[in-house]
Design a binder for this molecule. Structure first.
Ligand code: SAH
Ligand code: F3S
Length: 477
C-alpha cells in the first residue's frame, strides 16, 4: 500500500540540493507530513539555494537544521519533538548551529517553541518562507527569529522549486494553498490560513519546465483542489467582489485541468486532494476527455454516518458522497477511488462505525488512509466536544476498518489481473533490483522484470498476471 502521509512514527526525509555558489554554510532540511510539506520544502530549498547554502544529508555537518513539520495528529508532533531532542548534543558541540522549525507546528505553536524548546532558534510558518534570508541574519547575530504571519495572497508562484530527493520522473506542483472549510477536527485552516489559488499561467510554465527537464508525471497539489479558482488575485472568499471582467475570465479546477492537459499533452497528470462537497461532474468529464489525466481520485470522506459527518461539519452527507462516486464511475468506468477515514470521532457509536464499514463496501475503494481521531488543541471539536471514545475502542474499530480496506484492496487489485496496463517506470523495486516499479493510471503499484532498453521514465505496457494486497505483478509485453 502506498503512503500518502509519512508514517508518523518514522523519521522524516532529508534531501540534498544541487551545489551553487556557496556561502560555506551547510543546510540539513527534513520534511514530515503531507505532500504539500514536501512541495514546500522544495520552495524553501530554492530560496536558500539563492543565498548560497549547500545542502547535506549528514546532520552532523550542518550549520543550519530545518525541520518542516506536521500538526495533523498528535503523533506527528511527537515525532518531531523526539527528532529535535536528538539535536541537543549537536548543539552543545557546535554553539553556532541554528535549528529551525518550519510548517504547521511552527504556525500552531509560534513563540512557544522558542520558550519551551531551548534548542529552537528559528520559527517560520508556511506563508513566511520568503523572509528566511532576513530571519537567518537575525539568528546569525545570535537572536531568536520568528515569522508566522499568514497571508491571503502568497502562492510562491514565481519561485522555481528545487526538486528534492525525487526520481526525476514525478513531481508535485502546488496550485492552491490554505483551506476555508472548517472541519471541526482539523488543524489545517489554523496552520495554513485562507484558501488562495495560484495563477494558471505560472502553473503551466512550471509543468512545461518539468517536461523539458525529463519529468513524465505531475501531481497538482492543494488542500482542496476542487476549490481552485483564479480570477486575477486574492483569496477565493473575495470572489464576489471581483470585477465583471475578472468573473468572466476566471478559471476553475476543471478548466485548469483542461489547460494543463492540452499544454503538455504527454505529461501524465494526477491531482490531490479532492473534496466531496466541491468536486464537480466537470472534473470527471475532464478525466474522461484527456488520456493523459490519470483515472484516479483521492476522495476523503472521514465517516459513513450522517450524524458524525454533521458533527465534523463536513459539507456533504453520505448519500451525496455516494451519488458523486456513482457519477464518477458512470463517466469514467475505469476510475479508482481512495479514502481518508477518521475512526472514533467524538460520540461515534457502534452503529456509526458500521455505517463507515458499509460505505466502504459500497464504494469498493482501491486504497485507504485510516487514522484514529486525535484531538487537536484549538479546533472547534476540541472546544465544543468531548474526545469520549476510549483508546481501546478506537484501536479495535480502526483495526476492523483497516482489515476491511485490505480485503477491498485485494479484490480491486484482482480486478486488474489478466489485463495490460500502461505503467510509468518510476524506479527499481525495493525488494528486487532486477525489477522495475511503477503505477498504472488507477495508481496501483506494479512490479515487473527489467528488460534490455527500458529506462526510468518510460511508459510501458505491462500484462498483469498476479497480485498481492497492494501490488500488481506483471511482465512487459
Ligand atoms: N484537505 C486535506 C486534508 C488534510 S488532512 C486532504 O484531504 O488531504 C488529511 C487527513 O488527515 C484528513 O482527510 C483526515 O482524514 C485526517 N485528519 C485530519 N485531522 C485529523 C485528526 N484530528 N485526527 C485524525 N485524523 C485527522
Ligand atoms: Fe482539513 Fe477539512 Fe480543510 S479536513 S484541510 S478543514 S477540507
Amino acid at each position: 500500500m502506498q503512503e500518502k502521509y509519512i508514517d508518523e512514527t518514522k523519521q522524516g526525509e532529508a534531501f540534498a540540493i544541487a551545489e551553487k555558489p556557496t556561502n560555506s554554510k551547510k543546510l540539513f532540511l527534513e520534511s514530515y507530513g503531507c505532500q504539500m510539506n514536501f512541495s514546500d520544502s522544495e520552495i524553501v530549498a530554492s530560496i536558500l539555494n539563492e543565498q548560497g547554502y549547500n545542502t547535506t544529508q549528514i546532520v552532523e555537518e550542518a550549520d543550519l537544521i530545518l525541520l518542516n513539520t506536521c500538526s495533523i495528529r498528535e503523533k506527528a508532533e511527537q515525532t518531531v519533538r523526539m527528532r529535535l531532542s536528538q539535536f541537543k548534543n549537536l548543539k552543545k558541540d557546535k554553539p553556532n548551529l541554528t535549528v529551525g522549525v518550519l510548517g504547521c507546528m511552527a504556525e500552531r505553536l509560534k513563540t512557544k517553541f522558542l520558550e519551551e524548546e531551548q534548542l529552537v532558534d528559528l520559527v517560520v510558518g508556511p506563508d513566511a518562507y520568503r523572509d528566511l534570508p532576513n530571519l537567518l541574519k537575525e539568528t546569525d547575530d545570535g537572536r531568536d527569529a520568528i515569522n508566522v504571519i499568514l497571508s491571503k495572497e502568497e502562492t510562491y508562484a514565481d519561485i522555481n522549486p528545487v526538486r528534492l530527493g525525487g526520481n526525476g520522473v514525478t513531481a508535485f506542483v502546488t496550485i492552491t494553498r490554505g483551506c476555508d472549510n472548517m472541519c471541526t477536527f482539523c488543524v489545517v485552516p489554523f496552520t495554513r490560513g485562507r484558501e488562495r489559488s495560484r495563477d494558471p499561467h505560472s502553473i503551466i510554465e512550471e509543468c512545461k519546465d518539468l517536461w523539458n527537464n525529463g519529468y513524465k508525471e505531475i501531481t497538482l497539489l492543494g488542500q482542496n483542489v476542487d476549490s481552485y479558482l483564479w480570477y486575477g488575485g486574492g483569496p477565493k472568499k473575495d470572489f464576489a467582489k471581483a470585477s465583471e471582467m475578472q468573473k468572466l475570465t476566471a478559471v476553475n479546477f476543471a478548466q485548469l485541468l483542461d489547460m494543463v492537459a492540452v499544454a503538455i499533452p504527454k505529461m501524465r497528470i494526477r491531482f490531490s486532494t479532492n473534496n466531496p462537497h466541491e468536486m464537480t461532474e466537470e472534473v470527471f468529464r475532464m478525466i474522461a476527455k484527456h488520456d493523459n489525466i490519470c483515472k484516479y481520485v483521492h476522495l476523503p470522506v472521514q465517516s459513513g454516518s450522517d450524524r458524525i459527518l454533521q458533527l465534523m461539519n463536513r459539507q456533504h452527507n453520505r448519500q451525496e458522497y455516494l451519488d458523486l462516486i456513482k457519477k464518477g464511475k458512470e463517466i469514467v468506468p475505469e476510475i479508482s477511488f481512495s479514502q481518508d477515514m477518521i475512526i472514533g470521532f467524538c460520540t461515534e457509536t457502534e452503529e456509526d462505525h458500521q455505517q463507515t464499514m458499509s460505505l466502504m463496501r459500497e464504494v469498493e475503494y482501491d486504497y485507504g488512509y485510516m487514522f484514529s481521531y486525535s484531538e487537536r488543541p484549538g479546533t472547534p471539536a476540541h472546544k465544543k466536544m468531548e474526545d469520549d471514545i476510549s483508546a481501546e475502542v478506537k484501536q479495535r474499530r480502526l483495526a476492523e476498518v483497516i482489515a476491511l480496506q485490505g480485503e477491498l484492496s485485494r479484490k480491486r487489485m484482482q480486478g486488474y489481473v489478466g489485463r495490460t496496463h500502461e505503467v510509468l517506470i518510476e524506479g527499481t523495486s525495493r525488494k528486487n533490483e532486477n525489477q522495475w516499479k511503477g503505477r498504472n493510471s488507477q495508481n496501483a503499484v506494479c512490479v515487473f522484470d527489467k528488460l534490455e532498453g527500458q529506462k526510468l521514465g518510460d511508459i510501458v505496457s505491462v500484462f498483469v498476471h498476479g497480485n498481492t494486497q497492494g501490488t500488481l505483478l506483471g511482465e512487459t509485453v
